[in-house]
Design a protein around this ligand. Structure first.
Ligand SMILES: [Zn+2]
Length: 468
């Protein structure tokens, strides 16, 4: 069996064949770091982390790049409002983003490039496009000449004429055509800027991904992914820039996840249903959010509500309970002589694993893969109640659960991370212990917090803490 993905480019399910056997070059668009991420942003993060884990499980060597957009209008606005630099805003929310990812057991990207560190490559890219006639300078801005790329609209399946008809007529005297988009923006007053052949300015949004993919993965990549909201114009524009620059097909497989609704409504600030990932993580734990997201097929929309989350919590608990029971039975089970039952169990376990793989091979169907996981739970529970329970079989079930949940990034064994309130309470206890010269207890608390990734800092204002 081979792995199949639904490719947005062809709108078909296709067999996955990487450019180089055994290796996968993967690019996933990252956040604009002007705020904490909302729960909708965590969906692509969880989905494509699962894809990355699965490809590794299937033996591929995966290079995973995810950019950080650390320069844009929104960042500049926040920096101005707060009277700090754009970099300070970007650093704060990049750290917060990485912390949120960690809390949902999302592996850090192999490379996490930032715009501010990629300016020379972006300028070189734009210069190349101008040289080839695909871009033009206009009063310090540079625009991509959309009409020069015959394939424009191929990802979103919208011919250029349709796009033109639907385009908001924007009054921009600087552009040759309304669909042309900015590669470089001339600096306005006191804005963060870099010098370029076109004067001081900063890159447009789309060009960063093309330049970063080229820099870190080369001219062609295997998988490019993100939310469906990025198909047009962002990914369409990335394709236009990259393919005009290199003359080659940019990405072979385009994967897009569906949107997340809250109580069947689109999430938006105006509806007042805007939920930050970190608030939910704080309340319910990152594991539950991850499990919840994977219960649906990534391409479909997903609805989020407290009730659905509660149902997911019960399911996840059932899986954890089975795992713990297996561990408990392992202590009491004994080695038995190989018998017919052992063979039968080995067959069941092997079949379950194969079915899990088959579902995941089929366009990363985590929804069905989780159904198979619950069959593992069912079979394991049933086996534990049978007579002559063998230690090997119990171990095999336990290992199978561990193996398959690990592919999904679910953790069965880890203790939940400490909540902020627990940390505060421990810090108070530590302060009291020190005041009463109980240094052993104070050190014990420090070590316990350190083991949970909590770093303490003694300051004149008292003890401060942060998560590593
Ligand atoms: Zn991008």
């Amino acid at each position: 069996m081979s792995i199949q993905f639904t490719n947005t480019m062809t709108r078909r399910k296709e067999e996955f064949i990487p450019l180089e056997p055994g290796k996968v070059k993967m690019y996933v668009c990252g956040p604009t770091v002007y705020n904490y991420i909302h729960i909708g942003n965590s969906r692509p993060a969880i989905t494509f982390d699962t894809l990355r884990r699965y490809l590794k499980y299937r033996g591929y060597e995966v290079t995973f790049v995810q950019n950080i957009t650390d320069v844009d209008d929104k960042l500049i606005r926040v920096a101005n409002e707060e009277g700090v630099t754009v970099k300070e805003v970007a650093d704060r929310y990049t750290d917060a983003f990485n912390q949120d990812l960690h809390n949902m057991n999302i592996l850090p990207p192999d490379i996490q490039p930032r715009v501010m560190q990629t300016i020379p490559e972006i300028i070189e890219f734009i210069e190349g496009l101008i040289e080839k006639g695909f871009a033009y300078e206009s009063e310090g801005d540079v625009y991509f000449r959309t009409g020069r790329f015959g394939d424009y609209g191929k990802l979103s399946h919208q011919p250029l004429d349709d796009l033109q008809a639907g385009a908001r007529v924007e009054i921009n005297e600087k552009k040759e055509h309304p669909l042309d988009f900015a590669l470089w923006k001339a600096a306005k007053d006191k804005e963060v800027s870099w010098s370029s052949p076109w004067g001081d300015g900063r890159p447009g949004w789309h060009i960063e991904c093309s330049a970063m993919a080229l820099k870190f993965l080369g001219e062609q990549i295997d998988i490019h992914a993100g939310g469906t909201d990025l198909v047009f114009p962002h990914h369409e524009n990335e394709i236009a820039q990259s393919e005009c620059y290199t003359g080659k097909v940019f990405a072979r497989y385009w994967l897009h996840n569906g949107m997340l609704n809250i109580n069947n409504e689109k999430m938006s600030k105006s509806l007042g249903n805007f939920v930050l990932a970190r608030d939910l993580i704080q309340q319910f734990g990152g594991q539950l959010i991850r499990f919840f997201m994977l219960q649906g097929h990534y391409r479909n929309p997903i609805n989020f509500s407290d009730e659905l989350l509660e149902q997911a919590a019960n399911s996840l608990e059932r899986m954890k309970t089975a795992y713990h029971n297996l561990g408990h039975r392992l202590e009491t089970a004994r080695e038995v002589e190989p018998n017919g039952q052992a063979e039968q169990q080995a067959q069941i376990i092997s079949d379950l694993r194969n079915r899990f793989i088959k579902e995941m091979d089929d366009d990363l169907n985590t929804a069905n893969a989780i159904t198979v996981l619950f069959e593992v739970v069912k079979e394991a529970n049933q086996y534990m109640t049978s007579q002559n329970v063998g230690v090997q079989e119990i171990r095999a079930y336990k290992e199978l659960l561990l193996e398959l949940t690990d592919v999904l990034g679910l953790i069965l064994e880890q203790e939940e991370e400490l909540l902020d309130s627990d940390i505060d309470a421990l810090i108070v206890e530590r302060t009291e212990a020190r005041a009463s010269r109980n240094f052993a207890r104070a050190d014990e608390i420090r070590d316990l917090l350190a083991a949970k990734g909590i770093v303490l800092e003694d300051t004149p204002q008292g003890v401060r803490w942060r998560r590593k």
